[in-house]
Design a protein around this ligand. Structure first.
Ligand code: AP5
Ligand code: MG
Length: 191
């Protein structure tokens, strides 16, 4: 089983790279952002609660997000050879909750991968994509939320020797290669 957490600021390429690696390595790609956007689209009770937070670029309350991650991990069947968590955990409380959740289901992540990309590259990437939350004002909030709440996870995982940093400022396929070699090294070291 290969089990990774993808960390990184908005626009770092978490979703792009997680999708490519999940397809290639037969992993479940669990993106809390995608699950939440689908819930908003379908106007489910979860979506109705989450929408206002997402429209402002703020984090959706932990309890909502934890419930959906728990459900996704619990319903994985034997068809995949592991998972990639993309966009979760997003703060220390979520990281601690993930620890408990994984302990309960007798699993452990291999490592947290931090995709490192400077702000002056992120902003044009996001503004040229044009997702609903890719306006200048919301992007500014998302970056601030990342710095305040998510970036502390780099130290959190570094302190447990559980962090791998990959430079994400390159062509998509070059970043994929860097990630694959980082993952291979980690899996070998843990084996
Ligand atoms: P989420 O969907 O997770 O968005 P995000 O973290 O802001 O990040 P993005 O998805 O924008 O960036 P990414 O790193 O995935 O980059 P991507 O590959 O798309 O969260 C959205 C919202 O949902 C949050 O604001 C919050 O409200 C809520 N939410 C989600 N998870 C939550 C949680 N755990 N707790 C609470 N709330 C939560 O790439 C971006 C663009 O760049 C694309 O156009 C892509 O084509 C391009 N690109 C990618 N790689 C490259 C490259 N190497 N070179 C050039 N362009 C590239
Ligand atoms: Mg994403």
């Amino acid at each position: 089983m290969t089990k990774f957490i993808f960390l990184g600021p908005p626009g770092a390429g978490k979703g792009t790279q997680a999708a490519l690696l999940a397809a290639e390595m037969n992993l479940a790609h669990i993106s809390t952002g995608e699950i939440l956007r689908a819930a908003v689209r379908d106007q489910t009770p979860l979506g109705l609660e989450a929408q206002a937070f997402m429209d402002r670029g703020e984090l959706v309350p932990d309890t909502l997000v934890l419930g959906l991650v728990k459900e996704r991990l619990a319903t994985l069947n034997g068809d995949t050879e592991g998972w990639i968590l993309d966009g979760f955990p997003r703060n220390i409380a979520q990281a601690e909750a993930l620890d408990h959740l994984l302990r309960d289901i007798h699993q452990q992540s291999d490592c947290a991968v931090n995709l490192d990309v400077p702000d002056d590259i992120l902003i044009p990437r996001l503004l040229s994509r044009g997702r609903q939350d890719d306006t200048e004002a919301i992007v500014r909030t998302r970056l601030q939320v990342y710095r305040d709440q998510t970036a502390p996870l780099i130290d959190f995982y570094q302190n447990r020797q559980h962090l791998v940093s990959v430079n994400g400022n390159a062509e998509v396929q070059d970043v994929t290669q860097r990630l694959k070699s980082a993952i291979l090294t980690t899996v070998k070291a843990g084996a």
